[in-house]
Design a binder for this molecule. Sequence first.
Ligand SMILES: Nc1ncnc2c1ncn2[C@@H]1O[C@H](COP(=O)(O)OP(=O)(O)O)[C@@H](O)[C@H]1O
Ligand SMILES: [Mg+2]
Length: 768
Amino acid sequence: MSVPDPSSGAPGPEAARAPAPLAAVQPQDAGDARRETPPPPTPLDLRLRALSVAARYHGVELDRDDLRVPEGEMPAPALLVEWVRGAGLWAKAVRMRWRSLLGITGGGPVVLLLNDGTAALMVRADPARNVVWLRDPLSSSDDMAVAVDELRLAQVWGGEAILVRRERGVTFDDEPFSFAWLARMVWVEKRVLRDVVLGSIVLSLLAIAPPILVMVVVDKVVTYQSMSTLALIALFLGAAALYEAYLGYIRRQLIQIVATRLDTKLALHVFRRLLGLSIDYFERTQTGAILYQVGQISKVRDFMTGRLLTTLLDFVTLLVMVPVLFWINVPLTWMVIGAAGMVALIIVIFLPSVRAAYAKWMDAEIQRNTVMVETVHGIRTVKSLALEPQQREMWDQKVATASARKQALGNISNWPQTLVVPFESFMNRGVLLVGAYFAVTGDIAVSVGSLMAFMMLSGRVAQPLVSTARLVEDLEETRAAVALAATVLNNKPETNNPGAGLRPRFAGAITFKGVDFTYPGSRNPALMDVSFEVPPGTMLGLVGRSGSGKSTITRLLQGINREYEGSIKIDGTDLREINLAHLRRSFGVVLQDNFLFRGTIRENLLAGRPGLTISDAVRAARLAGAEEFIERMPQGYETWIEEGSPNLSGGQRQRLAIARALIHDPRLLILDEATSALDPESEALVNANIQRIAHGRTMLIVSHRLSSLVDCHNILVLDQGRVVDIGPHKDLLERCSVYRQLWLQQHRHMENSGRPAAPKPVLAQGDN
Ligand SMILES: Nc1ncnc2c1ncn2[C@@H]1O[C@H](COP(=O)(O)OP(=O)(O)O)[C@@H](O)[C@H]1O
Ligand SMILES: [Mg+2]
């Protein structure tokens, strides 16, 4: 048994962790140097330290590993803010002046980003003496703070600061995804939107001018033949046209800004939310359905940044235009409004049936999409089992259903679209006839000019009126889209507060006590009253028939499923009290089938972890027995791996996966059937390294090949979710019938050939 190396592995409390982040900014020092004397802190360290102190003031420990800094670069304040927010605090990067700095009272230290790249903490402001108290992030307490006045501060500080506060209640980001949520997101942009609305009002006012002028031209210029009035009007119209063009440009520009910003925010938010869902959810739900439903976000986005905005602006136009119409002619205006009302009425009457048809079509689309995603996902199986005809048939069916429903939807929504046409034409042309009738009969005084002006304006009013009425329809579609996306996004996130929980440094002792667990939606418990202990630094083998709960034990340990009963402890700390990200990061996990990302071998091994370099990759590859084949490849660590890694053999892939699991030197390692799918030779290669890999770690090895577990300190025998026995191989062979049976099944041939019951396992490296 070995004592864990204190300078490596899982990050612990701040003080013990200081050296680790250095590798990120000093790549040349990486590797072994990282484990020895801590180099002096860099400016980045000071910044991170300052933020950590500020966060700790609010009771949250920041984890350096959560921050992804591009190698050798200074992270932007926005990235730092993101880091703090990720831990569940409120943070904001601001530019401040001396005045506002002085005005800050209470609320914990403020992180001042100094010009030289370092940081200081402002712990107190003293407006009476016109000084602030600054503290070095490395000093241990606020007592060491020094008073600094405006002049001295200005020499080192340009005004950049990060405010950190405790989040009050639920954050905006964590609220359920809904229409109201979207509306609030739009509302955040109210200042730009206000400008857009102002611009629109002016534009509408400008749009009123030409018809009015036409009225004047027709009634005055033509009737009285006044040339000077005509020239004036021409001048005015020209100027108005230019101004209109300019305002239109500004308005489009502003809309563009709002639209892009909303789009970005929505995209970031949705992905963050998706990542926050539990693995459990993804396992229960079809990938195709998830993708399709989340994809609905694009509809929401189109609506918010397209139709919603333009309709809102149209509405502004209405507010300006309608009074003018009334001023020109009251009865005609009422007719226009009445016709618009009829359009709205028709749309509303048809809404329920359109809605129902829409929902049906949507459902068919999801199913169709699921077939597509599943086929592409499982294309190897489809091809190798020659399932193409079946898949095609299934696809044909789904397409047929979807198009039939689309047709039905089209049929039903064709009706309102047809019925509104007469009313729209009435608004545009019929009013002219009525107006002409008035003019001729003289019932109501109508001049020819005002009639023309009315026609020009009502054309501009009719279209927004109709599009406002149509908005109801669009709203409906968007509501459905929001609901679909919400069925994915509003699932319970894995953890409500990613920053919460302990981050202990693990030695690796594992205790299960009376653990019961049933998968959600399943009737039979997967684990029943499971109790066992694993001393730190030892190997535990897990055996049992398929479905006996071996993988479930490893899943519970990693916090993938959390609704268990009983207690699971690591080093005496209850699993539920440990920070989830910290917990997962403390484990190295190798499964039967491991996903390698598109990228080079080096990138796959480092998996984007900050502070790790190629020398870490080499060390891990050597430990996993992967070095030998990597170096034989023409491009070595820079060899490109495609999705599904077709250019690697199973054994190579598995050794890469083991290297990846070892890259951060985890105290706890889980191998779940890691060698089961390998050919004997590859399996032997991997097994040969297990003893070396195990050194100084607690290992849980699940394997159905008992011979590879003979060397484990203890073997846990499971049957139908219950612990049958636990002990070393020799003891189990004597006293545990289930184990003996399993063993004999695999070694009968040896029995028959007269060999002793405990043959030398293939690649056991002897007891040590
Ligand atoms: N994600 C899951 N959802 C529902 N039931 C599951 C899930 N994973 C496993 N099970 C069930 O739990 C039991 C134990 O499974 P598992 O731990 O994977 O067995 P083993 O790894 O020993 O083969 C089995 O009955 C299995 O059907
Ligand atoms: Mg399993």
